[in-house]
Design a protein around this ligand. Structure first.
Ligand code: ZN
Length: 251
């Protein structure tokens, strides 16, 4: 680490849980953020500011006027541009040393698998089950930790799935693979602006811990009721019959 980096990351380095070793691990790590909207904006910005050395930002959407209410990586000047490109620019403005790749085509199939396999951690910042299930499958298949966040109306939730831990569930243990997209999108239901910041920042924090080795990863499922300002945490056992990570699949 050079002098500039020692100064830039000094508030991390003075944390004994991170220190120089943890910051060096961050600088050597690669996070994949799928979705550069409400959750992906704060997640990507915090990861870049934190000193994660390499980021891949994937989103095939373009910035629309109604996104600006909460997707804080984008500005009025980004309207009509690909979100991945716009978020890349915002993150680079924060930290020019971060190597950032923007993927503006739909990440699926082999491309998704390759992107997940190349990453040390994946942040699912999408808003559709039809995206979440393939991301989960790719993470289970490649044994890549997955930090999953969701936000709708005034409610949010977070879970961390770490396939390297034998007892860890996967996203499909929680939802199966038959979720209904309509129940999930902010376009139909609305969402409170700072709520996506709460959950997206929580995702960045969990990714930072996984990458630096600080603390212990979040366990179970946390839900946040923004109207009451209340968090709850639920145990999330692995489903032995899960179609994705169950014994019949992996063995
Ligand atoms: Zn599972």
């Amino acid at each position: 680490m050079n002098d500039d980096q020692l100064l830039r990351y000094s508030r991390h380095i003075m944390l004994e849980e991170i220190d120089i070793e943890g910051q060096t691990r961050l600088l050597d790590s690669h996070a994949l953020v799928v979705g550069a909207g409400g959750l992906g904006s704060p997640a990507a910005l915090y990861l870049a500011a934190s000193g994660v050395g390499r980021l891949t930002l994937a989103d095939d959407d373009v910035v629309e006027h109604s996104n600006l209410q909460r997707q804080i990586a984008h500005t009025e000047a980004s309207l009509g541009r690909f979100k991945a490109e716009s978020a890349r620019e915002a993150a680079l403005a924060l930290n020019g040393e971060c190597r950032i790749e923007a993927l503006s085509s739909r990440l699926a199939g082999e491309a998704l698998l390759a992107a997940v396999e190349a990453a040390d951690v994946v942040l699912d910042c999408t808003d559709r089950f039809s995206s979440r299930f393939p991301i989960n499958r790719a993470c289970v298949k490649t044994a890549t930790p997955l930090v999953s966040g969701a936000a709708i109306r005034f409610s949010g939730q977070l879970a961390v799935f770490d396939p390297s831990v034998a007892a860890s569930p996967c996203y499909a243990c929680l939802y199966g693979e038959e979720g209904d997209d309509d129940s999930l999108t902010c376009a139909e239901s609305g969402v409170a602006s700072p709520l996506v910041g709460v959950i997206g920042s929580f995702q960045a924090l969990e990714a930072l811990k996984l990458l630096s080795g600080a603390g212990t990863p979040h366990r179970g499922l946390s839900t946040f009721d923004g109207l009451r300002g209340e968090w709850r945490r639920f145990e999330l056992p692995r489903d032995p019959h899960c179609a994705v990570c169950g014994a019949a699949v992996s063995d």
